[in-house]
Design a protein around this ligand. Sequence first.
Ligand SMILES: Nc1ncnc2c1ncn2[C@@H]1O[C@H](COP(=O)(O)OP(=O)(O)OP(=O)(O)O)[C@@H](O)[C@H]1O
Length: 260
Amino acid sequence: MTKTILKAHELRVEFGGVTAVDKVTIEAHDNELIGLIGPNGAGKTTLFNLLTGVYKPTSGDVFIDDHDKLSQINQLSPYKRSQLGIARTFQNIRLFKSRTVIENVLIAMTAKNQSYPLQAILRTPKFYRNEAQNRQKALSLLKIFGMTGVADELANTLPYGQQRRLEIVRALATKPKILFLDEPAAGMNPQETAELTELIKQIQIQFKMTIVLIEHDMKLVMAVSERLYVLEYGKVLATGTPKEIQNNPAVIRAYLGEEG
Ligand SMILES: Nc1ncnc2c1ncn2[C@@H]1O[C@H](COP(=O)(O)OP(=O)(O)OP(=O)(O)O)[C@@H](O)[C@H]1O
């Protein structure tokens, strides 16, 4: 039986007079890769912000799996949601640019552990033990992504494609059960996009997590998604497999305009 990991029920948010997300109901299952597509301004990023806690809904609910039952998380902060297993990357890269690659991963790992700052201040033996273990864990994560060679480089010296890759590694370092990727291919060249496509497939196989992906690059999104939701004017216009969506006349019209 497929287990629901994340659910939005009739989710709605208004900014002034604009309803950016309008009664959206979606579901993501265990180990499923969901693509979220739609024309510019359709409400994709706003929906991500509602699901990850940046915005609170005007109405409707967000649920996440918590020990095998769905728990309503409408009022939880992004930090609390990350403790429940939600991680994300952003459209604009948000790395600690003047920190090294491995420091970026370590910061993400320890951010979830509330007792860590106290251990760090007191410099307990446990702190040193954890430090060494975390470094090892960070290095093995970086190894999976072919980044051990740059572990001690400053994040802002990496080429663009690798910075995006590091953002994903950093999100994975929090051991999420659901990963939100907001336009991970934005600004990438075709070679980097092809590498990213393989990377996303590999993450899903190796980490067995639920992934929700916003992406404008149709080749990428169609290659990796098992199921798609199409948003238009803040509403769900269609849902289905990539093949069903590509052949859906309403979706084709939404992308091409009335004459399409
Ligand atoms: N904080 C905000 N205040 C006011 N309006 C907003 C805010 N955030 C988003 N909007 C509006 O909500 C609508 C949906 O925007 P959103 O950025 O979610 O779309 P999108 O599908 O992610 O677009 P894109 O593909 O261009 O990134 C737009 O009309 C946008 O102008």
